[in-house]
Design a binder for this molecule. Structure first.
Ligand SMILES: Cc1ncc(COP(=O)(O)O)c(C=O)c1O
Length: 377
């Protein structure tokens, strides 16, 4: 049986989510903007899902905008806030952010904004003195910081970052894609002004996400059309996916503690095993990390080569973020943490799900030991 250890890239669709979606792929196909009964049924389903997803992340339903996924959510957050500003100033973002934030920031730089990375230390945690100095150097419009990193699993103190951002008059955006469903996420308590989430990381369908926007935040739509989402994001709503996201979010909330406990037990078993394998380095080992994520390097192996060797052995892992794989470049996350390129090149990520087993961990460890000997030979 193949082993799937790549849950930070995407998760399988929960059969309960699929069941909930099926009626909306069959008979209940109305357009939520239509006034007749088909449309009203679609509207009711969308609003019910809005309540479910908002409740999951501690937000008000009216604060939620449906998007095509967190890539769009992050782009909408950065570009939408920038477009609402009366004059161009600066945007700060974490050095280890997902490309969806990095690239959106790059677009702002091209449009004349000052954009600066927030440095992280060797464990991937924000360098607080530098961040504080950046905030006071000149006006900042927006700070973007992820709640948890997709590669290393490192958890940031986003509440502290938000307090400092607000004191400097800046808004705070949190990419909560990897954190949501794995650790407690609460929009209201986080102090964030904007927050991104995505369904396919929590056993929901692909191509559906949300941006949570605080009541006082001005956000210029980046996609105009038929006035959907109160004019904040035009386009006919993806009804079956939205319904699926609603159920996935509800289940992620109910089962979060159990999923976290199950994956943490597996991760600890894996890490104990990795410590027995000579020449393995676990990255950000001493930082607070997601319960399901381990990123490591094996001396003598580039991450891509190790990934392919493990794939031949029937084990699916990642060599960093899925989007960066195949680029031939070492992980920007590890480079941002100050690791030398030759070590960053080794990065392999294991991201576990509650469906994984001890036996799978043990098989992985024995495959890895065999591959290590192969490299050493
Ligand atoms: C931290 C983070 N942000 C954003 C995204 C993009 O999400 P989506 O696949 O929904 O566009 C991902 C997906 O890998 C992610 O891990």
């Amino acid at each position: 049986m193949p082993i799937y250890f790549d849950h930070n890239a995407t998760t399988p669709l929960d059969p309960r989510v699929l069941e909930a979606m099926l009626p909306y792929l069959r008979g209940a196909y109305g357009n939520a903007s239509s006034v007749h009964r088909y449309g009203r049924a679609a509207r009711a389903a969308i609003e019910a899902a809005r309540v479910q997803v908002a409740a999951w992340v501690g937000a008000e339903p009216a604060q939620l905008i449906w998007t095509s996924g967190a890539t769009e959510s992050n782009n909408l957050a950065l570009k939408g806030v920038a477009a609402s500003a009366t004059k161009k100033s600066r945007v700060l973002y974490g050095a280890t952010e997902h490309p969806a934030v990095l690239e959106a920031a790059l677009a702002l730089a091209e449009a004349g904004w000052g954009v600066e990375t927030i440095a992280v230390d060797g464990d991937g945690i924000v360098d607080w003195p530098t961040y504080t100095a950046q905030l006071s150097a000149a006006p900042v419009c927006l700070v973007a910081l992820m709640a948890a990193n997709n590669e290393t699993g490192v958890i940031q103190d986003t509440a502290r970052a938000a307090t400092l951002a607000h004191a400097a008059g800046a808004l705070m955006h949190i990419d909560a894609v990897q954190a949501a469903g794995k650790i407690d996420i609460d929009f209201a308590a986080s102090g964030a002004d904007l927050m991104s989430v995505s369904a396919h990381k929590v056993y929901g369908p692909k191509g559906i996400g949300a941006l949570i926007v605080g009541a006082d935040v001005e956000l210029q739509p980046q996609q105009r059309g038929g006035g959907q989402e109160h004019g904040r994001r035009g386009g006919t709503e993806n009804l079956p996916a939205i319904v699926g996201f609603g159920i996935a979010a509800e289940l992620a909330g109910e089962e979060r503690a159990a999923r976290a406990a199950a994956t943490l037990a597996l991760r600890l078993r894996l890490e104990a095993g990795l410590r027995q394998v000579p020449d393995v380095t676990v990255f950000a080992e001493s930082a607070p990390r997601l319960p399901n994520t381990v990123q490591f390097g094996l001396l003598g192996w580039e991450g891509e080569a190790l990934l392919m060797a493990l794939d031949r052995a029937g084990i699916a892992v990642s060599s960093g973020s899925a989007c960066a794989s195949g680029s031939g470049e070492p992980s920007h996350v590890l480079l941002g943490m100050g690791l030398p390129r030759e070590i960053a090149y080794r990065a392999v990520r294991v991201s576990l799900g509650p469906g994984n087993t001890d036996a799978e961990i043990d098989r992985f460890l024995s495959e890895l030991s065999a591959l290590r000997l192969q490299a050493a030979a």
